[in-house]
Design a binder for this molecule. Structure first.
Ligand SMILES: [Zn+2]
Length: 252
């Protein structure tokens, strides 16, 4: 059987306050962090987990997050680095529907969007404090094909979604098993940083802080029992140690 290849797609950076990275910690300290997507070239399907942010949207709606994104850091350009066009993607799954994870969905017009049914409902009718997070609804373009799911879910053999709610109501983390390399556990915003996982410090943005702590414990449990390397979502120091596209993991 052919092994999967896993590409990390660079989507540029944003700035938030340190107290939003770790709730109530280091208030008043701006932190620049990476935004990335995960492309999985699996024998059964080409899958994209998260799609970064749309620069025009952030400049218009959240300019205070000081976006830095070159034309090479958009989803079409990053897919091209890996030899693909947006129409080649079969399945897109967003860890959640916040603006910095959905900006490229609109280019993936042949893909089926796997979506946690609660996440889709919340994105459409957010609580007042969630409105900025869910401000980019371009993922809901005319003609989009949704497949609602719930619970843990195996997308194709060896590629798993695990429910990790708290940051949002229907948040999914992703586990990719490889034949000759360690499994890769992509936390999504259930863990912004390694410190999140080590100290169980949740992010400042959340729907349910108690569930957020449980999600962190679930990620640590999965990393331990599945022998997986952990990839937090928004930490420059970690990100700079990883291989990014056109380099890849797996494929042997
Ligand atoms: Zn995020």
């Amino acid at each position: 059987m052919t092994d999967s290849k896993v590409y990390l797609l660079d989507g540029g950076t944003l700035v938030i306050d340190a107290s939003d990275v770790h709730w109530h910690i280091d208030a008043g300290t701006p932190v620049r962090f990476p935004v990335y997507s995960v492309l999985i070239e699996h024998p059964d399907a080409l899958i994209l987990y998260d799609t970064g942010y749309d620069l025009d949207h952030v400049n218009a709606v959240l300019p205070f997050e000081l976006p830095l994104q070159t034309p090479e850091q958009t989803i079409p350009a990053q897919l091209a680095l890996c030899g693909y066009k947006p129409e080649d993607v079969d399945i897109v799954i967003n860890s959640h529907f916040h603006f910095d994870h959905v900006g490229g969905n609109k280019y993936l017009t042949n893909a089926t969007t796997l979506v946690h049914k609660e996440e889709l409902r919340h994105a459409k009718v957010p609580e007042p404090f969630e409105r900025l997070g869910y401000s980019d609804v371009s993922f809901d373009y005319p003609g989009v094909t949704y497949r609602p799911i719930s619970g843990d879910y195996e997308i194709v053999p060896g590629v798993w979604l695990f429910e990790t709610p708290g940051h949002t109501i229907g948040h999914y983390s992703l586990l990719v098993e490889l034949q000759n390399e360690r499994s890769m556990l992509f936390c999504g915003d259930a863990a912004y940083t390694r410190t999140t996982l080590e100290k169980e410090w949740i992010a400042g943005f959340h729907l349910d802080p108690t569930k957020s702590v449980e999600a962190i414990r679930r990620l640590n449990y999965l990393a331990r029992t599945r022998d997986a390397d952990v990839y937090p979502s928004h930490e420059l120091e970690s990100y700079e140690q990883w291989k990014v596209a056109p380099q890849f993991y797996g494929g042997s």
